[in-house]
Design a protein. Structure first.
Length: 1050
């Protein structure tokens, strides 16, 4: 194990150990009357500031019937307080006096223990959160060894408790002595919050088969400890990450587009959304990279409304189709199970699902309970597959989807019972906490005559057909699946041919560019040469002129010389010439001039010869260039002809092939919304293949109904079986994943849900809203998974970290762990991004020189109209997001300038009154339009503001509109909240209430120190977004200034 891996897990383990103990019950939790002898229901959480023997109280005496299979346990919570007291204590220790704008009101305890029906303290149930020791120790020494001190204090405290109790029932005196002993070793925090007591007791009914679960400081400690002893490769990759030198930026990377968007990488199946609704460029790249790559960690970064869930649905469909291919290999559906003994000494055989079929287990996990529930409840909804054909572009395709989905209608009834809405089939299940799993099991196993469960449904379907009929139906649908697969493969082959044609075209275009460059170069040379030839001709003409002129001059001189010579003929003339010096000088002069001209003439003739030779050479070069130009033009003509043929192919093809300028810089928006190398028919066939795979799954379950029934019962008894017969439990899980191709859970429930399940058992883990989860929350899930896909957005809500930065920084430094793994900002998303080879260097919103490596980015936004889209794009995404060109409507953004003084922390009464006025009008409009309620959210950065707004609305809204108070209260509870409440949700209209007055600028500055809060708030609004607050004071602050600038409603 690497040092980094060990140190990181150790640091995470300590951080989780320092989590406070939370009181897991509220005043609203009720135990049913059947549990008690007096036949009256009881509140599970009871205040215990006044001592009494609660185990002898007649209200809580167990009924005889229930006592036969279980017992009542009394869980004592001592020295209770609000979580914010920890923050205040740490601030005091570290002299930090910064404001806490949203104090954490979680109900915590100092220590806890269980008491049985006889008043005996169950000593092994005593639990003290480590934070209670840490607070006491770091107050004395900020660098104290927290773990060592805690273990020592717990040992001494438990020993004192044993001495106090002396194996006798507890009484008031002993309880006080226990509290005093606690105070000696641990911190005691007190809350001044109204209605919060110092001590509580929770009443639990525990079946004999369900031992009470021991308390932990967090849900993740035991899994971190297990992973630290024997980590799997997935966890190693997650923590160690990818070296920066090996990272490949995929955004606008043509080489990566060619690699991952090649048609051969397109999954054979897809989710049956409307055929015309294709994935965007980056969505498809992400899907292809995830489904065809071997990386254990993949991550996708999607701004709001960019289709993260849409992308996941296509991956789910792909994996169902891949399992469908395995099912299609079976001659008999019963061959899916292998008859074997889990141990050689066993008498009975069991039937285990083959690994080739079981290896497609999918789990969706998140820290956000709403997120995972929404996915599991949305996937089976009827509108996901069955729609009104006439409202779609391809009515025939839609009708065929509906026809195939009709084959799954019996299973759909079970799904409808589970989700409470119309469904197309049984696809995903909300698992996680035991109540969810028990609800699923009740629908699996119930035997009511009028409301049968899934196992009984399988039995009835099996009994309805003879063996031959079942085999005939299996073979028929098997052939249909294989025929559909053949269509998909043929269409993909066409897409591959189209890709090859395009690549030829691309290479031709490259050659065309080279030829045009060559043509231009030859032309330039030719033009230059013609200028030179022209100049040479002119020079030769000039030389000829000079030669002719010299020739004439020579002729004249020769005449003059001849006349002088002729005049000196005869004795007398010669005698005269001897004594005539002038005549002699003239002769000499002309002769010298002649010699000079002859010399010039020779030079001129020489120059002319050279120029003529040079001219001949240039004329030859010109002829050569003309031939080259003719050749290049012929090549270009031939190439253009081929390019025209390819362009005609592209235009006539039903496959999406890029145009010539597709990759140009100014074509960014169109490029991002395009899905390459597919056709409408291929879209249709891939969706049909998924539905045919689902039918094979259905028939497989029916054919093996008895085996499935026993597996479901094994699943029900998994806690009893896991130690003695783990193979049975593993098989039971395999079968549950066969019934529900996708199951969901929170990270908090992962360990209890998959208790006893070994590492690498889960084939595919999908982490939703990964930006909200602390890095260590995923350890148990990663440890049990082979391949992980994290989707989220770090520019939305960051993880809720309970420990203060001071403690986290000390832990990080002590363990020498990088900040990206241990910090308040670190999330599952950011750590997964660091482990992803493929991604994008994103500039920081507040400092363009700072860049962060994120996973594969999605850029096409389909939720908000402008100006909301524009605001989010500017403040959080460096204007990289794209709005499809078919979204042409414009929404509204405004700012209600409302001032006032705060009356309750950041709450301003005038802001609440404005919200009341606006929402009353929204309700009137909704009622007038025949709607049940308005699609409006009220969001604030501050918990105090949302709390007071809720109070006002619940009090006064029912007096303004004719709607029953209960309905309004329910609407208020789901429609008003802090920003954290609404991630992943959307409404037509959003009111953003800033709150604060002019004495609370620090709170406003906190709300805009990063773009995250405002980004989430703005992108909840599909059509309208309004700020309510002091415009003059706030409009120029970071990110608010963008909202102010972009508002189009004054």
């Amino acid at each position: 194990m690497s040092q980094l891996l060990n140190d990181t897990l150790s640091a995470w383990l300590l951080i989780e150990s320092l989590s406070p103990g939370e009181v897991n019950f509220t005043a609203e939790d009720i135990l049913s009357a059947e549990n008690f002898k007096n036949g009256a229901k009881q509140a599970q959480l009871q205040s215990f500031d006044e001592y009494f023997e609660i185990w002898n109280d007649e209200r809580f005496i167990i009924s005889e019937e229930k006592s036969e299979i279980g017992e009542i346990i009394f869980k004592f919570y001592r020295h209770c307080f609000c979580y914010n007291e920890i923050n205040l204590k740490i601030q005091d220790i570290f002299d930090d006096y910064s404001d806490i704008h949203n104090p954490n009101g979680t109900h915590c305890y100092g220590y806890t223990f269980n008491i049985d029906k006889h008043g005996q303290v169950i000593v092994d149930s005593i639990h003290i959160p480590m934070i209670m020791s840490a607070l006491k120790e770091i107050e004395k020494n900020k660098n104290a060894n927290i773990e060592e001190k805690f273990n020592d204090s717990v040992e001494k405290f438990v020993q004192k408790v044993k001495e106090i109790l002396a194996d006798e029932p507890i009484n008031e005196f002993k309880l006080k002595k226990m509290d005093i002993a606690y105070d000696e070793y641990f911190s005691v925090l007190n809350s001044k919050k109204d209605g919060l007591f110092a001590h509580y007791v929770a009443i639990e009914y525990v079946k004999d088969s369900d031992l009470p679960q021991p308390e932990f400081n967090s849900f993740f400690i035991s899994d971190i400890e297990k992973a630290r002893k024997s980590p799997n490769q997935t966890l190693i990759d997650y923590i160690e990450g990818v070296e920066e030198s090996k990272r490949i930026e995929v955004d606008e990377n043509k080489e990566m587009f060619d690699k991952f968007l090649h048609p051969s990488r397109l999954p054979d199946g897809r989710w049956p959304s409307q055929t015309e609704f294709r994935l965007s460029l980056m969505q498809q790249l992400a899907v292809n990279q995830i489904t065809s790559g071997n990386e254990r960690i993949s991550s996708v970064n999607g701004p709001p409304g960019t289709g993260k869930t849409t992308l996941l649905k296509d991956i789910f469909a792909h994996l169902v189709v891949e399992r469908g291919k395995e099912l299609a290999k079976l001659n008999n559906p019963k061959d899916a199970f292998v008859k074997t003994k889990t141990h050689e000494t066993d008498d009975k055989y069991v039937y285990l699902l083959k690994e080739s079929i079981a290896k497609y287990k999918m789990v969706v996990a998140s820290s956000n309970n709403g997120a995972v529930e929404n996915i599991s409840k949305d996937l089976p909804k009827i509108e996901e597959i069955i729609r009104n054909p006439e409202k779609c572009k391809f009515p025939k395709y839609e009708q065929n989807y509906a026809n195939l989905a009709h084959e799954l209608k019996d299973f759909a009834e079970i799904a409808e019972d589970l989700i409470g809405e119309s469904a197309w089939g049984l696809f995903s299940g909300v698992f996680g906490k035991s109540t969810n799993i028990n609800q699923v099991l009740s629908h699996m196993l119930k035997q009511d005559a009028n409301d049968i469960g899934f196992a009984k449904l399988l039995q009835n379907e099996n009994n309805r057909m003879s063996y031959n009929e079942l085999m005939s139906e299996w073979q028929s649908h098997q052939r249909a699946f294989l025929e559909e697969l053949r269509h998909v493969e043929m269409l993909k082959e066409e897409s591959i041919r189209a890709y090859d044609v395009y690549k030829n075209c691309e290479s031709y275009s490259k050659v065309e560019h080279e030829l045009n460059s060559k043509k231009m170069n030859v032309k330039e040379k030719l033009n230059h040469l013609e200028i030179q030839i022209s100049c040479d001709n002119k020079e030769i003409e000039d030389l000829d002129d000079r030669i002719n002129y010299n020739t004439k001059q020579l002729e004249t001189l020769n005449e003059l010389i001849k006349s002088i010579r002729d005049s000196n003929k005869g004795f007398v003339n010669k005698l005269k010439a001897i004594f005539n010096s002038e005549e002699d000088e003239r002769y000499k002069k002309h002769n010298a001039e002649k010699q000079q001209l002859l010399g010039q003439q020779i030079e001129l003739e020489k120059c002319k010869k050279i120029k003529n030779e040079d001219l001949v050479s240039k004329l030859k070069e010109k002829e050569k260039l003309i031939k080259q130009l003719t050749k290049v033009q012929l090549q270009l003509d031939e190439l253009n002809s081929q390019l025209q043929e390819l362009e005609a192919y592209r235009i006539e093809s039903k496959i999406t092939i890029p145009e010539k300028d597709f990759w140009s810089d100014n074509n960014y928006d169109e490029r991002q919304v395009t899905n390459l190398w597919t056709s409408d028919e291929l879209q249709y066939r891939r969706a049909m293949l998924f539905l045919r795979a689902m039918i094979l799954h259905k028939l497989l379950l029916i054919a093996n109904n008895t085996t499935i029934y026993y597996a479901i019962n094994d699943f029900k008894s998994r806690r009893k079986l896991i130690d003695a017969n783990p193979d049975k439990v593993h098989n039971a899980w395999n079968v549950m994943h066969l019934i529900f191709p996708v199951v969901s859970t929170t990270f908090a429930s992962f360990k209890s849900m998959y208790g006893g399940i070994p590492k690498d058992f889960i084939d595919y883990l999908f982490i939703d809203e990964a930006g909200q989860a602390i890095p260590q929350a995923a350890v148990g899930a990663l440890f049990r998974s082979k391949k992980v896909v994290a989707v989220g957005d770090p520019i939305q809500i960051e993880p809720v970290v309970t420990l203060e930065s001071h403690l986290i920084d000390n832990i990080r430094k002590n363990y020498n762990v990088p900040e990206y793994l241990v910090s308040k900002e670190a999330s599952v998303q950011s750590v997964a991004d660091n482990a992803n080879q493929y991604g994008f260097w994103k500039s920081d919103a507040t400092d363009s020189n700072q860049k962060t490596w994120i996973g594969i980015p999605l850029w096409v936004h389909r939720r908000c109209l402008k100006p909301m889209f524009t605001i989010a794009n500017q403040i959080a995404y460096n204007n990289k997001m794209v709005l499809p060109s078919n979204i042409t409507n414009v929404g509204k953004t405004g700012w209600y300038d409302v001032k006032g003084n705060s009356v309750q922390k950041q709450f301003v009464k005038e802001h609440g009154e404005k919200v009341l006025e606006l929402l009353a009008n929204d309700w009137f409009e909704a009622i007038k339009e025949g709607k049940n309620e308005p699609s409006s959210f009220v969001i604030s950065p501050f918990s105090a503001v949302q709390k007071q707004v809720k109070r006002i609305l619940k009090q006064q809204l029912p007096t303004r509109i004719d709607i029953e108070r209960t309905k309004i209260n329910q609407w208020v509870d789901k429609s008003i909240g802090t920003v954290h409440t609404f991630q992943g949700k959307e409404a037509q209209k959003v009111y953003f209430v800033i709150g604060t007055d002019n004495t609370q600028d620090g709170a406003v500055n906190w709300s805009c120190e990063k773009p995250n809060l405002l980004n989430v708030a703005v992108t909840r609004a599909k059509k309208e977004f309004y700020v309510i607050g002091d415009m003059q004071r706030i409009q120029s602050k970071p990110f608010y200034e963008t909202i102010f600038k972009e508002r189009n409603v004054k």
